[in-house]
Design a protein around this ligand. Structure first.
Ligand SMILES: [Mg+2]
Ligand SMILES: [Zn+2]
Length: 180
């Protein structure tokens, strides 16, 4: 069975600017801790997946083609870490689709496709929806307090991630210890 890390994209792996929709690969900026974190997780035997809500497509701010170009560049920036697959929901919230986080569909599809052992896998993200998504999959969850994390912790006190980490590297360090 495969052990997986499901990673949120914006505000977790890369900087998220409020109100700015990322449509150009040149706008991509990794957090300083992103590459060391992914190296650590890969070394510990986890396969890496990115699971992202990209409602900007449904809202008409950018196209699916532009998102694919951003993702191709992101994969290059993240090397030597290997991302198995990047999946995203292109719908706006008011489309009430079946795939937008916190709904678990994107994760369930990956679990099936890659024979992932959810109980030994983790979801890392900076929003309530990420924690709920991970819990719905039966994974452990880490909330990073980059981007929206701090605010969501205050706003949703009932949110109980397994770990709160100040950045992705600290999330990875927790996971490596926790999974021993
Ligand atoms: Mg995010
Ligand atoms: Zn969707």
């Amino acid at each position: 069975m495969t052990k997986a890390i499901f990673l949120d994209r914006d505000g977790t792996l890369i900087y998220e600017k409020p109100g700015v929709y990322l449509s150009d690969p040149k706008q991509l900026r990794l957090y300083k801790s992103t590459k060391p974190a992914l190296a650590l997780l890969s070394k510990s035997g986890f396969k890496l997946f990115i699971v992202s809500n990209q409602s900007g497509i449904g809202r008409g701010y950018f196209t699916e083609k532009e998102v694919n170009a951003v993702h191709a560049h992101l994969k290059t920036l993240l090397k030597p870490a290997r991302i198995e697959e990047i999946v995203f929901c292109p719908h706006a919230p008011d489309e009430h689709c079946a795939c937008r986080k916190p709904l678990p569909k994107m994760g369930l599809d990956l679990i099936k496709k890659y024979h992932i052992d959810a109980a030994h896998s983790y979801m890392i993200g900076d929003k309530k929806a990420d924690v709920e998504f991970g819990k719905a999959l039966g994974c452990k969850t880490v909330l990073v307090t980059t981007a929206n994390g701090k605010h969501h912790l205050q706003k949703y006190p009932a949110l109980r991630p397994d770990k709160i980490a100040t950045n992705l590297l600290n999330a990875a360090k927790f996971i490596v210890k926790d999974s021993l």
